[in-house]
Design a protein around this ligand. Sequence first.
Ligand SMILES: C[S@@+](CC[C@H](N)C(=O)[O-])C[C@H]1O[C@@H](n2cnc3c(N)ncnc32)[C@H](O)[C@@H]1O
Length: 287
Amino acid sequence: MASPVQNPSVNSDPNSVYSFSDCDFLIIARLIHENTGIYLDHTKRFLVQTRLSRRLKELGLDSFREYRLLLQSGMMDELEYLANAITTNTTSFFRHDSQFMFLERYFLEMQLKKEFPNIRIWSAGCSSGEEPYTIAWVAYSTLEAKNFDKVSILATDLDSEILKVAKKGVYPEECVSKLPPEKVRQAFYRGHGANSGFVKIKPEISSIVTFKKLNLIENWSVERPFDLIFCRNVCIYFHKDTQRALMEKLADMQDEGGYLFLGQSESLFATCNLYKTIENAIYRKIY
Ligand SMILES: C[S@@+](CC[C@H](N)C(=O)[O-])C[C@H]1O[C@@H](n2cnc3c(N)ncnc32)[C@H](O)[C@@H]1O
């Protein structure tokens, strides 16, 4: 029986953890995999134990066994909490900045066309919004106003809590402190009084971004095609088979010539032959 190492309901230390058996880990890891695609091997065991011990304490439970029973009872809200607790949301403005230089060139090239096309972009796994807002920011600073209005960005994530942060568009000043100040002034209001130390994305930039909760491993109801898809640093947490299935589904959402952006430590090699490499972690659909 799984007795608490230190039962946080009797021990007020917020960092104390509940004992976590192999069986607890295997069952919870399987539920996470089935619901999010995220694959957790044994090296993630302590991470799961610490993140979820806080939750057990909040729920007033005595053991991971009780928590497993709660999850297996089909309480969808708790499965959502579980997914939110386990996802890794690391992101930043202009992350992998060479990809945004490519994006700038892409917009400029489109602007040379006789008629500027409608451009649909998907930020899949958008986390707290830095990625879709950076895309919008590049469009805003590169395109004429009438063309900027023809760009639309769908930003989706599985994590309902992180989407609330994304929709607000408010960030600690440190998030933009490494960017040139005049660039930051173009895109953000600086907070004063109670909001000092924070910046807020300007509505003229955020207006082209729509946020939506979407699980990439479930069936989507999303209109195709997308000219550009950013799915960066999402698949690294998936098994090869899940990665392959997702890449094929993303390819279905694009016409020939569409661009796919992955994280810089990710590669399509061995998962999908529907794209050719353009430059580091940027791919173009060929069929
Ligand atoms: C590390 S962040 C990457 C954020 C951004 N794309 C970037 O590269 O800066 C990964 C995001 O993928 C989301 N994610 C993980 N599994 C997902 C799934 N099955 N469906 C949708 N989003 C998922 C997580 O919630 C998290 O916000």
